[in-house]
Design a protein around this ligand. Structure first.
Ligand code: HEC
Length: 110
């Protein structure tokens, strides 16, 4: 008798938790990043490479130019008119720039 009462209490304590678990859905940011990557790969990569690292006529790369720029998103705006697309591409390019920074910082050190 005591055992079954305990069991019922235990079940009652556990039950409310089932079904509340938040569904892990991909975040909106990840989607925007993926769209930006798609845009860049399909429309820009043939001249700039997927990682924006292809040498331009003057020896720099798009990635380096954007990394040095104060407002890289505005620079992208010279090539992508659609504000949303531009922002999505910026999310993608930003991760490329972030990967670039550590090696640049390392070079700066004496
Ligand atoms: C047909 C080849 C080609 C394609 C496609 C292309 N680019 Fe470029 N892009 C270039 C070249 C070449 C330059 C360098 C021009 C120069 O020396 O100023 C350049 C320069 C740029 C610059 C200027 C960087 C700066 O501030 O100096 C940006 C921004 C840029 N590209 C973004 C893009 C984006 C975003 C896409 C895709 C939507 C794209 N490009 C597609 C060839 C291309």
């Amino acid at each position: 008798m005591v055992k079954s009462t305990l069991l019922v209490m235990l079940l009652a304590a556990l039950l409310p938790q089932t079904g509340i678990k938040p569904r892990t859905s991909p975040s909106a940011t990840a989607n925007a990043y993926d769209r930006g990557k798609d845009i860049f790969v399909s429309r820009c990569a043939k001249c700039h490479d997927q990682d924006a690292n292809k040498k331009l006529p003057d020896g720099t790369t798009l990635l380096l130019r954007l990394a040095k720029n104060k407002d890289p998103e505005a620079r992208l705006g010279t090539r992508i008119k659609n504000v949303q697309e531009r922002h999505e591409v910026m999310l993608y390019v930003q991760t490329l720039i972030a990967q670039l920074r550590p090696s640049q910082e390392a070079q700066k050190r004496p």
